[in-house]
Design a protein. Structure first.
Lengths: 244, 244
């Protein structure tokens, strides 16, 4: 199967990865992907995504870490324009409410932003979390019950990065009520929607995140959020700070 | 600064990424990273992590997507053996409780598992979420309030993948009470801990996830969790299914 060509190497000796070392070039490709991934809203092309490529993206998501190896996710691939329109209508309703929550100048700025590409993107992918997939007690969830939700978020991020490496854009739509999304996609009440993603080829990728470029909020310096051994504590002379 | 050498390319024309295309080799490196990332518990080496490398990992986390460009995360880098021991004590207490929640054979299997490398790993990193970082109303959180937590989880996954590309192992410890973690690291009640990560070089990376290899749970076929247009619906003849 064509989707298999980039899976992990098949060699297995005592369950140890052979040839495990990443080269500097491979490392740089991973960083380039992390730094050049963008939340795409306005640059989608109608070009179809080949099923083999889409399968690779879904497989990347499926290889996310999951608490207790629970794999709590499902993936609903949305192609039907009628379904996309229903999702878009739900976004519109929520976005009107949302705009009203901001004051004055911030509200005007908010209304100028394009925040989704639901209809334009050729594919939507809804990632969900089945909180009871492996029964009432889960390894790693005994003291942090939300770890299953976090596992599904890791699947989102894996898919997003894989898409960037495939030169495909992804946008995460969160301005939508979960119950509206459930209604649009027939998701039962017992299942938690995590993300609705717009997925497609793009005219271009932006250099800076749109909200940064639009002046919505600035990029924080990394050195503002790194601490040593205790919250909000560190020596000014700590050599790590020099490297940030 | 040495940490800069793998950041995004500095060229910027109208906020568009130039030379944006990923090559097949770069794409394959990203997939290799996604597929070969492991949750490391028992293979840590004491070798120190150079500050330049650690800074790259933190920068990768900081470049995660965040809802409304909120960047809600902080990173507490734990080096002090006394602090690590305190975190480990909290894990131990929770893990004893956790084992008692499983029945019979599953409990015996649980007790055989090594689930953390808190003391052995040279570095711990606690990633937190400041839910009020940008005020009471946040873009993208008006209808899904937990998007800030999910942003911080994306930072975890970015760091985890960057670490794999640096040939460094990461293990996520979730069998610990948040309040114990707050106490160990001086985190205020208003801040939500997201992840405590054990970070270090390793003797080897495992081919299969430990819980899969130990028979705790099987890997689900991807085709069991992919649907088209609606929850649990799809045509058996859909060509996407052939590619999974």
């Amino acid at each position: 199967m064509p989707a298999c060509d980039v899976r992990e190497k098949p060699m297995e000796i005592n369950n140890i990865q052979t040839d495990a070392e990443f080269s500097p070039a491979e490392r740089d490709a991973v960083y380039r992907c992390i730094f050049n991934r963008r939340d795409v809203r306005g640059q989608f092309l109608a070009d179809p995504i080949p099923d083999q490529v889409l399968a690779r993206l879904l497989n990347a998501a499926h290889r996310a870490p999951s608490v207790g190896f629970m794999q709590p996710w499902d993936f609903i691939v949305v192609r039907d324009p009628v379904v996309k329109q229903r999702v878009h209508d739900s976004f519109q309703a929520a976005n009107l409410e949302a705009a009203g929550m901001f004051e004055d100048e911030k509200q005007r700025a908010y209304r100028r932003l394009k925040l989704e590409g639901i209809v334009e993107a050729p594919i939507g992918i809804c990632i969900t979390c089945d909180r009871n997939r492996t029964g009432p007690v889960g390894l790693g969830r005994t003291h942090q019950a939300d770890m299953d939700l976090y596992s599904a978020v890791c699947a989102v991020q894996n898919l997003w990065l894989a898409a960037r490496a495939e030169n495909i854009g992804v946008g995460w739509v969160s301005i939508i009520k979960h119950d509206d999304l459930r209604a649009a996609l027939g998701i039962p009440a017992s299942i938690q929607p995590i993300a609705y993603l717009c997925v497609g080829h793009v005219t271009h990728f932006l250099q800076k995140p749109e909200l940064e470029a639009a002046g919505w909020l600035p990029r924080m310096p990394l050195s503002d959020v790194v601490w040593i051994d205790r919250w909000h504590e560190r020596e000014a002379s700590d050599p790590l700070l020099e490297c940030l």
